[in-house]
Design a protein around this ligand. Sequence first.
Ligand code: E4P
Length: 215
Amino acid sequence: MKIFMDTANVEEIREFADMGIVYGVTTNPSLIAKSGRTQAEVIPEICALIPGPVSAEVISQDCEGMVKEARELVKIADNVVVKIPCITEGLKAVKILAAEGIKTNVTLVFSLGQALLAARAGASYVSPFIGRLDDIGQDGSKLVEDMVKVFRNYQFKTEIIAASVRNMEHVDRMMLAGADIATIPTKVLRELIKHELTDKGLAKFMEDYQNSLKK
Ligand code: E4P
């Protein structure tokens, strides 16, 4: 499973980029707003840091507007992927953009049916939002488990990005499900690195090392 960062905070991306674990990045209008900057400022900086896919979302909700925005967004850098909402106009836009060789990430996906339509329209990526399904009492991770089976059954090339990841259990379940990618918020990525026993073990190693110098 590849790791994407789900953030528009360039400093956070820089920190993790240095570790070499981040394959791509996803943003959305809420994350851009949270960064306190504009999409036009942030996306080029992220693309310069991360050579893999960087999703930037359209604001238009009509096919023509989405296609126009997409054509502009991909001029920013070769690795820009255009995020399109899973609505009727969005699926039409995905079909047009796929024919032009523009990569898309169909976002706000909450059902197997939506995932099938996005793949059939020609999406490069599809983003099921697992945390938001959990929020309404459903099992978001189960949707991804089912999607992996369906996409294998039909040998779809569309990659599954598990999105709306909220905790380490989500990450574990996504790995076990065989999701192609999990896009992970910085807080959860930090939690993944840490283990109480790693810290304790390291402290003991250092203590023993210091003691050995005194002999
Ligand atoms: C994914 O592409 C979205 O940006 C993101 O995962 C949404 O997560 P949230 O439900 O925590 O806002």
